[in-house]
Write a protein that binds this ligand. Structure first.
Ligand code: DGL
Length: 282
């Protein structure tokens, strides 16, 4: 009887998708539509959401913990489906932590794919960014947009109440009407020439019916899911070694740092299917 030679290639694993809470589900849904054959492992740090008002150091620390938890469960590729984490933690994780943890693993964010698309989505060259305070204040969108499209004027406005509305399941309430209207009118007052509004927080598409209600015709609303999904599809095509590291069973599992039953109920409504959830501690 012969002993099989030890393999040096690590086993393929699910694609990890991380957000502070439910927002990343809007990205996951689109990614699964584009790439249904892969396995996915979603992690929502619901117990510590929102990340938006937190400092650079805290967002970085929490995001790194989440990425390591997904790596420990077999993910070789993790998508930060969170703009706040992408703005405040992605670069440091890519440049410093991956070399220490495992240089063959990858972490990607959601800002770059959105920025790449924006040039074709505005005629006036005046773009609005609705996002968390963390993302707006980081200046990441303005910096990245100006690298590719220096002629575009970017006006950002933080919407601190929008994520709590979603996390507390108030996205369809009269309170949501009040806060959504206030911010959309606010950003269009800051720059009336805006003809494209980036929803630069993955929670915001869950408020879409309200956002559509208060956005004047002629102003395009830009959720990110489609651009992130298209960009990931292209990434896997260009990186066959990473594509081979993503297992293909078509499954999707969920982790939360909050109560599993609570997550199961809300996520099932957002995803329109039953979800399998485990509660973990980071
Ligand atoms: N959904 C996240 C984002 O895209 C974070 C929201 C939050 O936790 O404040 O920015």
């Amino acid at each position: 009887m012969t002993t099989p030679a030890a393999s040096t290639t690590p086993a393929a694993g699910p694609i990890g998708v991380f957000d502070s809470g439910y927002g990343g589900l809007t990205i996951l849904r689109q990614i699964r539509q584009y790439l249904p054959r892969y396995d996915y492992l979603y992690l929502g740090d619901n117990a510590r959401a929102p990340y938006g008002p937190r400092s650079f150091e805290v967002v970085y620390e929490y995001t790194l913990q989440a990425v390591e938890a997904l790596f420990a469960r077999g993910c070789r590729l993790v998508i930060l489906a969170c703009n706040t984490a992408s703005a405040k933690a992605l670069r440091t994780i890519q440049q410093n932590d991956l070399a220490r943890i495992d240089p063959s693993r990858r972490v990607l964010g959601v800002i770059r794919p959105t920025v790449e698309a924006i040039g074709a989505l505005t005629r006036t060259r005046h773009v609005g960014l609705l996002a968390t305070a963390g993302t707006v204040n980081s200046g990441s969108y303005t910096l990245e947009i100006h690298k590719l499209f220096p002629d575009i004027t970017v006006t950002g406005l933080a919407c601190p109440m929008w994520v709590p509305l979603v996390e507390n399941y108030e996205f369809d309430s009269p309170g949501a009407d009040y806060f959504v209207r206030k911010r959309i009118e606010g950003i269009l007052r800051l720059d009336p020439q805006i003809d494209a509004l980036i929803l630069g927080c993955t929670h915001y598409p869950l408020l879409m019916s309200k956002i559509v209600k208060y956005t004047p015709p002629g102003v395009r609303i830009i959720p990110q899911g489609e651009y992130v999904a298209a960009s990931l599809t292209d990434y896997l095509r260009r990186h066959p070694e990473m594509e081979a590291a993503c297992s293909q069973g078509g499954t999707c599992r969920y982790l939360t740092t909050e109560n599993a039953d609570k997550f199961r109920e809300s996520a099932a409504l957002f995803m329109h299917e039953r979800v399998e959830v485990e509660s973990i501690v980071l």
